[in-house]
Design a protein around this ligand. Structure first.
Ligand SMILES: [Zn+2]
Length: 315
């Protein structure tokens, strides 16, 4: 008996998560190890190689053959060359990740941006199952998004499609890391929420948040749940801005489903209700009336599940 299976790897700034999955996307085995990017690209690539070898050994012992490996990377991959051109969180430039791993494992290696693999994962096994045209938006330090059109990942002319986080919403808004002003992620990411809270506290507004030494977005969500006025205002404001961004993408793509991922989506109705309202208020009714906006289902598994799906997309 020789069944095929696939390996998915989610390379993050903090951890490398990987899994062996069958062709239906059922997880056979999961693994996780710290990225330790300070040790340089070669050390990180070797750690990924080690994880692939362990998962392949396991596949062999259970009578399975690995068809290939998909890897989600926190940056911009050059798919044809098998290189990571730029991954700011890892301090990587032009790292020949796929080439090196292919040489060491003999397995076909496929690279894709992490927001895109998360979208593939939710589409295959999560909140986007059965969807034909889907957008996934992940709210983290920044805003990531991936687009599925006609059932397939859409990456654009140069692989840069789906940068919803850098759609300008307020042209005189806060400075963005990309150099422009008022991009969506300066108004609605976890970073933006913390910044809004700090600005309000500096201006003397009373809130339970002033007790937090290292304020994070999840503290704001928790305080909002407990009824803190400032925290509620920030959650609603972020939802409002994200809603404007979603309204734009609904008008352009007319998706049937939008999946919201990332820590903030865990806020539930508190965030999703004002978000859905703002999205529908900011798009045409023909597109807005049919779109389903749902919280992601796979959590931290979305990355490696979607990365594994890459292997099947190409074959
Ligand atoms: Zn930007």
């Amino acid at each position: 008996m020789n069944n095929e299976c696939v390996i998915g790897i989610d390379l993050g700034g903090t951890n490398i998560k990987g899994a062996l999955l069958d062709l239906n996307g059922e997880i056979i085995e999961k693994k996780e190890t710290p990225t330790l990017s300070d040790a340089g690209p070669e050390a990180v690539v070797n750690r990924i190689g080690g994880m692939i070898t362990e998962l392949e050994d396991l596949a062999r012992r259970t009578g399975n053959r690995v068809a290939g490996v998909g890897i989600g990377v926190p940056g911009q991959p050059e798919r044809e060359k098998g290189e990571v051109i730029f991954a700011p969180n890892l301090y990587w430039r032009n790292v020949p990740l796929a080439k090196y791993l292919y040489r060491n494992t003999g397995l076909p290696i496929f690279l894709e941006n992490d927001a895109n693999v998360a979208a593939l994962g939710e589409h295959w096994r999560g909140a986007g199952r059965g969807s034909v045209n889907m957008v996934m938006v992940t709210i983290g330090t920044g805003i990531g998004s991936g687009i599925i059109l006609n059932g397939q990942l859409y990456t654009g002319a140069s692989g840069a499609a789906g940068e919803l986080g850098h759609v300008v919403i307020e042209s005189d808004g806060p400075q963005c890391s990309c150099g422009r002003r008022g991009c969506l992620e300066t108004l609605t990411s976890a970073t933006a929420m913390v910044r809004m809270a700090r600005e309000a506290m500096d201006s003397g507004i009373k809130t339970v948040l002033s007790k937090e030494e290292n304020l994070e977005a999840k503290d704001i969500i928790m305080a909002a749940r407990d009824g803190d006025r400032l925290a509620l205002e920030i959650a609603e404001k972020s939802a409002y801005y994200l809603g404007i961004g979603l309204g734009n993408i609904i008008n352009i793509l007319n998706p049937d489903t939008i999946v919201i991922g990332g820590g903030v989506s865990g806020a539930g109705h508190l965030f999703l209700d004002p978000l859905c309202r703002a999205a529908r208020d900011n798009c045409l009714e023909t597109a807005g009336s049919i779109v389903r906006i749902a919280a992601a289902q796979l959590g931290n598994d979305a990355g490696f599940v979607g990365a594994a799906k890459l292997v099947l997309e190409v074959n």
